[in-house]
Design a protein around this ligand. Structure first.
Ligand SMILES: [Cu+2]
Length: 141
């Protein structure tokens, strides 16, 4: 029973989380791309095989862990890669889709990132651990 979680995330508010890469990342798959506070005493970690996001279509992992590094089921998550408007370039919002994995709290994401550069991964979740809304700065190459 593959349970699809949320698909489209439209997040306007960007709470810019400090980019502390302290990720003990017990639940991270592959290499950490970015890790940071997710509220509710949780840490969120984005990872993939290379530890780097790229322009284009790709998969990655989003994991939520508690202070001990143990994965925590956060319910439904949504992520939008957001880039503000720059000059003549319009704002960009590339939503990711998520599926659950065998490990509650670890989600497999798919996204099509339309250009290289600095993005904000705007993430929301709602479930047994409460609600959260935060943002992690990431670079796509
Ligand atoms: Cu852009």
């Amino acid at each position: 029973m593959s349970k699809y979680i949320l698909v489209f995330g439209l997040v306007v508010l960007a709470v810019f989380a400090a980019a502390c890469s302290s990720g003990s990342g017990g639940a991270a798959v592959g290499k950490t791309i970015k890790s940071g506070p997710a509220g509710n005493n949780l840490t969120a970690t984005i990872s993939n095989a290379d530890g780097v996001l790229k322009k284009g279509s790709q998969e990655f992992t989003l994991a939520f862990t508690d202070v001990s590094g143990k994965p925590v089921d956060i319910g439904a998550a949504a992520l939008t890669f957001h880039m503000p408007a720059m000059g003549s370039m319009a704002v960009m919002n590339n939503a990711a889709t998520f599926t659950t994995t065998d490990t509650p709290g670890v989600y497999r994401g798919k996204a099509d990132i339309e250009m290289a550069g600095e993005w904000q991964a705007q993430i929301t979740y709602e479930g047994p651990s409460g609600r959260g809304k935060f943002s992690l700065p990431v670079t796509a190459q």
